[in-house]
Design a binder for this molecule. Structure first.
Ligand SMILES: C[S@@+](CC[C@H](N)C(=O)[O-])C[C@H]1O[C@@H](n2cnc3c(N)ncnc32)[C@H](O)[C@@H]1O
Ligand SMILES: [Zn+2]
Length: 351
């Protein structure tokens, strides 16, 4: 079968999900926009080898190393590399074994495991260097989105949200986890793109060596507060204010979540380049999206206010008329991102 410029053979022993083609397309357009020609690549969880092959043929990456712990996947990957005339070192080994044994550092690393990437991030850091681009998939979205709060505490060391804001909170938890582990290796983390779609999240970040960069991104981790009563929220960088926060709007107690990444989610310039050439609708939504923390979900807000349903486009328009910035968001098809406080959003809904 064919995907992008790759031809691959797969069978039922080797994982290949055609539904993830859109996400692979986004990764290809990310690498093209960021500039990956000649840069070394580690496909840490290669399966059929589809990603490494596409990155070679469509983005001209340099030297490729492709790992898979599964013997059948490894041999399928090696044969797909040959089929596509892509020179690569394909190894039948685990991330843990490989990263402990090698002194190689990679410019680009793709980590796409089953479920949570958290158990692999520490080992992955051992093969990162200054400027390494990390692309990390998480498919344990139920955990990151708070369906299993204890599991999120255990896996990511963070308290999730389990409400309308859970997707963005989940992506911020994933960023925060990567940033915390990276800081221990003296790397700062610069977020470039984060996607939350269907049953996955994907973080695209760049690492920067140095104690200052590491401390800066570690301090970008912080805590969030969410007001169940009015839908207001606040994010505090640093871990100074863990509990006891009251909502500025309605004075109710806030529900705490985090640690989360409190900073920007996207690199605007890079997204602009991607949006020019990508056919993936979500890239265009993210390109338009205001990069402010969290958002207001219209169904949840109107339910709280006991109002009839209202179109998020109408609220965006009303907020803009009042001089605020407001956009739609990838995290909720009925959501509004804005720099307006909850009191103004409620007024816009009420009018
Ligand atoms: C979700 S699949 C990867 C799919 C592939 N990236 C794609 O886009 O089609 C995860 C792969 O990681 C492999 N894997 C699981 N644990 C691993 C480990 N510790 N080290 C290396 N590979 C591992 C599995 O055998 C499986 O083939
Ligand atoms: Zn409130």
């Amino acid at each position: 079968m064919a995907e992008g410029l790759a031809k691959i053979r797969v069978n039922h022993d080797v994982f290949y999900n055609p539904k993830m083609q859109g996400l692979r397309n986004i990764s290809v357009s990310f690498l093209s926009a960021v500039g990956s020609s000649g840069r070394s690549l580690l496909d840490a969880t290669a399966a059929s080898g589809i990603r490494a092959i596409r990155y070679k043929k469509e983005c001209d990456v340099g030297h490729i190393t492709a790992l898979d712990i599964n013997r059948k996947a490894h041999s399928m990957c090696a044969s797909n590399m040959k089929l596509n005339k892509v020179g690569a070192i394909a190894l039948n080994t685990s991330i843990q074994e490989y990263t402990n044994a090698t002194d190689q550092r990679f410019d680009i690393i793709d980590l796409d495991p089953f479920g949570s990437p958290a158990p692999y991030i520490f080992d992955i850091m051992k093969v990162c260097g200054n400027g390494t681009l990390l692309m990390v998939t998480a498919t344990d979205t139920a955990v990151l989105c708070g369906a299993h709060s204890d599991a999120c505490m255990k896996q990511y060391g963070s308290r999730p949200l389990h409400n309308e804001l859970c997707k963005e909170a989940g992506l911020r938890i994933l960023y925060s986890y990567i940033a915390r582990v990276a800081a221990g290796f003296n790397f700062g983390m610069v977020p470039l793109l984060g996607i939350s779609d269907m049953h996955y999240m994907r973080a695209f970040v760049r690492l920067e060596s140095g104690a200052l960069a590491a401390a800066r991104s570690a301090k970008t981790n912080g805590i969030g507060g969410f007001c169940v009563k009015c839908g207001g929220f606040e994010l505090w960088s640093g871990i100074g204010r863990l509990c006891g926060q009251t909502c500025q709007n309605c004075r109710s107690d806030m529900e705490g979540f985090g640690p989360i990444w409190t900073g920007k989610l996207y690199d605007r310039q890079l997204l602009g380049k991607m949006a020019e050439q990508s056919n993936e609708g979500i890239v265009r939504i993210v390109d338009d999206e205001l990069d402010t923390p969290m958002f207001y979900s219209m169904p949840a807000m109107t339910r709280r206010m006991r109002k009839g349903s209202v179109s998020h486009y109408k609220i965006i328009e009303r907020l803009r008329q009042k001089g605020f910035s407001a956009t739609r968001t990838q995290f909720d098809s009925d959501g509004v991102k804005t720099n307006a406080p909850v009191s103004e959003v409620s007024k816009a809904i009420g009018t």
